[in-house]
Ligand binder design. Structure first.
Ligand code: JCF
Length: 671
């Protein structure tokens, strides 16, 4: 190829890849499949390897991370990077709006509203559409040059898109880490015995401020643009929202939560709406930001000290607080798992009083070095159980002491065991252990299982302690009279409870399976089992291999299921429950299970599929696959050069299928 032609081809590839990046990252709407993208990228790498002199810093291949730096150099922000004034109450937002209206002498103010990301403010400078320099906010006037690091963030374009690009454009925004990226990073850190990051913000900051850009490249950082600093050679739109639209057209990511609203009521409604969806966002936010939308109005309002008068951050109540660990207790769960729980001095976190925090397991306590009496930071995000983030070691006193896992179950005194390689310690008491028994009953009756309303923890505790019930089957033999005889149980509540139990008897197979509390069988697995097998009997009788043929059921879960159904007492309890009148509509088993009850034996070499594939397929269709031929064998499938199994099948009169017959049979049964 002539050099001119190579150049043109490289330019086309780069443009095409940039456009696909834009569709993928910014529009969140990929325009080609991954394989097609990979092909373009490989082709570009191939051409650039053959012609290294044609590599430019803006090429999409140049993101992997440059050489480490000795230190960051300083960058002066020509226009200072401001911070935002904060509001924590509706009154403070109302006062902000009042000030704006007074100063502008306008009644109805149009605001732009956006989420406030918990990340790191950065400035990215583009020179004729090419990424020139990136800097942290620093103190607002001087930041650090993190150009090489920012270049590794895939969502940030190295080249802007369009033919109306400004000569200079300073984009400002927030570099952050998604919850997923944060989780993965901490998992990796743990595996390598390196320090954990306390939250996504710290993780993002630590990742961006790496002297070695190759490390930054491995940390899943991302970015939203929320403003413009300097610009030259373009006319900016007249409002904040229109400006964000312009940035998006040039290829920069902007938050999809950005919205135009009216007046203080619009602000309060927006705050409320975002608060509701907060936990569903893939990243953490610590509030919302309101900005006067019109740039002319912004200019009139101007600044006070370091913050604009035209914007305010309305923060959510803090999700982290400082408190003390009064004690560490151990809770026994449904499966016997012992979970250490910190009893805390009550503290309000995110607007809710927190008195306990889960400590997960012994290793976690050791890793975080949490002692009884320690001063700690607790965190409560959304509706998840509060956690201890870290200890404030400086505040540890001589009265503080270490925690040790008890050797005997606090609920029943059975031995506590901890399996090799497992983080969790367990009570070995099984259903003899009242704590496990109570938890099993509570799980059984919970809303998404059998849904017996009115059967709370206190009541179940009492019923078990008094010896009225020992397992879930006993529940249904409780009478209204017996229940009404309990202290603090009125006639009405007893009647209601019996009614609720009666109502719960009509259920579905998947709910019932979930209610049984088989280890690692959650709702999704219960549903998969019900759909695949269609009947309880089929599941009770299923063998390990047949269970593993169900999508998403692996070896471990399958063995939990067989272990459960191999316990005679479990099957007895199930029988009691069915006798008590629990029933569900018949489930239409997968159409594909039409080989149920048939046993196959494979022999010889198959041409179109590997033996393992055929086996999997047969298992999915509900069949069993055996290694030897007997009178019970339904069919032998014979490939090329069959072995002695073929002769044995002939001798026993077992039907023999060749590969074509087999494929025909499978096709038939798939319909
Ligand atoms: O999301 C943010 N953390 C965020 C910070 C969003 C904004 O619109 C901001 C900001 C800091 C300063 N705007 C300014 C002016």
């Amino acid at each position: 190829m002539a050099l001119e032609q190579v150049k043109r081809h490289i330019a086309e590839l780069r443009e095409s890849i940039n456009l696909h990046n834009y569709h993928y990252y910014v529009l969140d709407d990929p325009a080609i499949p991954d394989a097609g993208y990979d092909r373009l990228m490989r082709e570009l790498v191939r051409l650039e390897t053959a012609h290294p002199e044609l590599i430019t810093p803006e090429s999409p291949t140049q993101r992997v991370g440059a050489q480490p730096l000795p230190e960051f150099s300083d960058v002066t922000h020509q226009i200072p990077m401001l911070s935002l004034a904060n509001a924590f109450t509706a009154e403070e937002v109302t006062a902000f709006d009042q000030r704006v209206r007074d100063r502008l002498d306008e009644e109805d103010i149009v605001y732009s509203a956006e989420t406030k990301l918990d990340g790191l403010a950065v400035s990215v400078m583009y020179d004729n559409g090419k990424l020139l320099q990136a800097a942290t906010r620093g103190d607002g006037t001087t930041g650090e040059d993190v150009t090489q690091n920012v270049r590794t963030i895939p969502i940030i374009p190295l080249t802007l898109i369009g033919n109306d690009l400004p000569e200079r454009l300073e984009v400002r925004g927030e570099v952050y880490m998604t919850r997923e990226g944060f989780r993965k990073l901490n998992e990796n850190q743990e595996r390598r015995n390196e320090k954990q990051f306390a939250n996504p913000r710290n993780a993002a900051a630590g990742s961006l401020r790496q002297l070695d850009p190759r490390i930054t490249a491995r940390r899943q950082l991302t970015f939203f643009a929320h403003g413009v600093g300097q610009y030259e050679g373009t006319v900016m739109p007249e409002s904040h929202i229109d400006m964000l639209q312009q940035l998006k057209r040039w290829g920069l990511p902007v938050s999809p939560q950005t919205k135009q609203i009216h007046g203080v009521q619009g602000c309060l409604d927006y705050y409320h709406d975002i608060h509701e969806i907060r936990d569903n966002l893939p990243y953490e936010i610590d509030g919302v930001v309101f900005k006067v939308n019109d740039f002319a109005q912004q200019k009139v309002l101007g600044f006070v000290s370091r913050a604009p008068r035209w914007a305010i951050a309305y923060k959510f109540p803090p999700e982290e607080e400082i408190t003390k660990v009064i004690d560490i207790e151990v809770q026994v769960g449904r499966t016997g798992a012992l979970t250490p729980v910190a009893r805390l001095e009550p503290v309000t976190v995110g607007g809710v009083t927190v008195t306990n925090a889960t400590l997960h397991n012994e290793d976690e306590i050791r890793r975080k070095e949490i002692w009884i009496g320690d001063t700690v930071i607790v965190r409560r995000a959304g509706d998840v159980i509060p956690e201890v983030v870290c200890v404030i070691k400086e505040q540890r006193t001589p009265a503080c002491r270490k925690f040790h896992m008890p050797e005997y179950c606090p609920a029943c005194g059975s031995d506590v065991e901890r399996m090799e390689g497992e983080a969790v310690a367990r009570c070995s008491g099984g259903l003899y252990c009242p704590a496990q028994c109570i938890q099993a009953i509570l799980h059984f009756s919970s809303r998404r299982a059998m849904n017996i309303g009115g059967l709370g923890e206190k009541l179940v505790q009492k019923l078990v302690e008094k010896g009225y019930i020992r397992n879930v089957a006993d529940l249904y033999s409780m009478t209204e009279k017996e229940l009404a005889g309990l202290e603090r149980m009125g006639k009405r509540s007893a009647a209601n409870l019996v009614k609720a139990m009666e109502k719960s008897k009509q259920t579905t197979l998947e709910r019932f399976l979930y209610a049984l509390g088989i280890r690692e069988v959650g709702e999704a697995t219960a549903r998969a089992l019900a759909r695949h097998f269609g009947s309880l009997e089929a599941i009770q009788q299923a063998e390990q291999e047949q269970l593993e043929a169900v999508p998403d059921i692996g070896h471990v879960v399958a063995s939990h299921i067989t272990t459960f159904f191999n316990q005679a007492h479990n099957n007895k309890i199930i029988q009691h429950l069915l006798d008590a009148g629990i029933f569900w509509p018949m489930v239409q088993a997968n159409q594909t299970r039409l080989l149920e009850g048939k046993t196959f034996v494979l022999t010889g070499t198959l041409q179109t599929m590997s033996r393992e594939e055929v086996k999997q397929k047969l298992l999915t269709l509900g069949a069993r696959v055996s290694g030897s031929v007997s009178k019970k064998t339904s069919f032998v499938i014979a490939g090329v050069d069959p072995g002695s199994k073929y002769d044995k099948a002939q001798a026993l009169g077992v039907p023999i299928l060749d590969e074509k017959d087999m494929l025909e049979m499978m096709k038939h049964h798939q319909r």
